[in-house]
Write a protein that binds this ligand. Structure first.
Ligand SMILES: Nc1ncnc2c1ncn2[C@@H]1O[C@H](COP(=O)(O)OP(=O)(O)OP(=O)(O)O)[C@@H](O)[C@H]1O
Ligand SMILES: [Mg+2]
Length: 247
């Protein structure tokens, strides 16, 4: 199997006045193509700092990070931005869509930075990505004309449109009600089945049952790292949920 992520003794310290905050204290692990990894840990354990490192948004104080075999440390800021654009799809808790902008335009955005993709191809790919997340009938809807679950689907389509090596999600179901959370989880499981590599940060221990591996952080270190040999089906859980009117 191909290693998509390799972290070797990653440390990230923040200097705040006199005090040094040790957000990551030596994190090492690798992730292979096609894994669906949940990352858990209490507030302040370093999850977002780790995700920012993986997403090439933040540079570690020390340690080595290889993304799809490429060493990120030696790169310039510009090179990192290009790498991020090509290799990583981000999904956030608050969707981070452009307001008053159509679903298609939001999804086209990451392709704007790719000169090899012309406007016709761009639109075609955006439509395909939106169809893949079940929003083929909402192409021209603006962000403020969609539900939370639909906005998160647009965000997932945007994350997919560049065909990234890895999808990084930070609390992607954090703003959604139970039923819609499972809807989104069904979609992530579908992407996992299709061979996508997913890293999903969450506070919710239940979500780990639907992923193939769970990493738990504590005080900036890996406390637990377990393969899940009995992955639950989000679709089955969704089907068993009481209908909204029965709640
Ligand atoms: N830019 C920064 N400057 C200083 N300290 C920071 C910075 N970013 C994070 N920290 C500190 O690093 C530690 C880890 O923060 P991080 O945001 O990674 O935690 P987290 O696990 O994502 O928490 P949460 O579950 O609340 O989102 C915390 O103690 C935090 O205060
Ligand atoms: Mg966080």
């Amino acid at each position: 199997m191909k290693k998509i992520i390799e972290l070797n003794d990653i440390k990230r310290y923040f200097q705040v006045g006199e005090e040094t905050v040790h957000a990551l204290r030596g994190v090492s692990f690798s992730i292979e193509e096609g894994e669906f990894v949940t990352i858990m840990g209490t507030s302040g354990s370093g999850k977002s700092t780790l995700l920012n490192t993986l997403g090439c948004v933040d540079t570690p104080t020390s340690g080595e990070y290889l993304l799809d075999g490429i060493s990120v440390r030696s790169m310039s800021k510009n090179e990192r931005a290009v790498l991020r654009n090509r290799k990583i799809g981000f999904v956030f808790q608050s969707y981070n869509l452009l307001a008053k902008t159509t679903a298609i335009e939001n999804v086209e955005l990451p392709l704007m930075y790719n000169a090899s993709v012309n406007s016709i191809e761009r639109k075609k790919r955006a439509i395909e990505a939106l169809e893949a997340v079940g929003l083929g009938d909402r192409l021209m809807h603006k962000s403020n004309q969609m539900s939370g679950g639909q906005m998160q689907r647009v965000a997932i389509a945007r994350a997919l449109v560049n065909n990234p090596a890895v999808i990084l999600a930070d609390e992607a179901t954090g703003n959604l009600d139970t039923r819609t959370s499972f809807d989104i989880l069904v979609l992530f499981q579908q992407l996992h089945k299709e061979g996508r590599t997913i890293i999903f940060v969450t506070h919710n221990p239940e979500i780990a049952q639907y992923s193939s591996r769970n990493i738990v952080l504590r005080d900036g270190q890996v406390k637990e790292d377990k393969i899940n040999s009995s992955i639950h089906s989000a679709a089955a859980t969704l089907a068993a949920l009481p209908m909204p009117q029965e709640l």
